[in-house]
Design a protein around this ligand. Structure first.
Ligand SMILES: [Zn+2]
Length: 255
């Protein structure tokens, strides 16, 4: 966080996910699964400056979902430090949980976000149609949110924007292999774009291959500004305003 602040980052939205036991010897059950999510909410509570949490269950781990875990997540999501529910969604690339389970859990967690009236942070990989279908069917528009680590194309982007979702650009936008993502970064309305790191993953060029950390978001922002032909300062002011608006529940404008 210190290195990020030195690089010009003024706030943090940290993802806290419920998760399976680290190994066979570790305790299991809903209480144990909630430990990492609670850790992040605690961090947001204690940290100086503007630090918010979001809590969710990653689609990789949808298989550990239980009614009990759902209830624990719902309770935690009502905490004032929690800005959003996520990341949740669908990942058909790794298929770590059965797809049907992923869809069911995703739907339930969209319902949870609507219940606690907080926006969604959506993870979607190799599942564009099903992701949009769940968001539409479960009336995600009521709370809106962001598509995190945006990796789709303009057609997906315009449907997501119509559903009330902003687009969050990660290091992917700097990768040679992602022309469709660059196209979206240049085309999307400036008031619907965010930037993020996905730390410790997806370090942007020129630090690709290193462990990603919050300070690196500056490289991603610079690339998006270049693509749009605007100064970095203008892009940064817009993404900060968009982040404040989107995560307003726990990440208010400084007074
Ligand atoms: Zn993700």
């Amino acid at each position: 966080m210190e290195r990020a602040r030195a690089a010009g980052v003024v706030g943090f939205v940290v993802v806290g996910l419920a998760g399976p036991p680290a190994d066979a010897a570790a305790p299991s059950g809903a209480e144990a699964a909630m430990v990492p999510a609670r850790f992040v909410v605690d961090l947001a509570r204690r940290a100086a400056g503007r630090v918010a949490a979001c809590v969710g269950l990653h689609p990789h781990d949808a298989r550990i979902w239980t009614e009990r875990l759902h209830e624990e997540l719902r309770r935690l999501a009502t905490e004032p430090e929690v800005a959003a529910v996520g990341e949740i969604g669908l990942d058909y690339h790794y298929d770590h949980s059965p797809r049907e389970t992923q869809r069911e859990v995703f739907a339930r967690l969209v319902g949870l976000a609507r219940e606690v009236r907080k926006p969604l942070v959506v993870h979607t990989r190799s599942a564009p149609e099903d992701t949009l279908a769940v968001l539409e069917r479960e009336r995600a528009r009521d709370v809106g949110g962001i598509i995190h680590c945006f990796s789709e194309d303009r057609a997906f982007a315009s449907r997501a924007l119509d559903l009330g979702f902003d687009l969050s650009m990660s290091g992917i936008v700097t990768f040679k292999s992602a022309p469709a993502v660059r196209d979206v970064a240049a085309w999307a309305p400036l008031d619907r774009l965010l930037v993020e790191t996905d730390s410790p993953y997806l370090a942007p060029v020129p630090v690709r291959g290193h462990t990603c950390e919050p300070a690196h978001v500056v490289h991603t922002a610079r690339r998006v500004a270049e693509l749009r032909g605007i100064p970095l300062e203008e892009l940064a002011a817009a993404t900060l305003a968009n982040t404040e608006r989107r995560f307003a529940k726990a990440f208010p404008r400084p007074t």
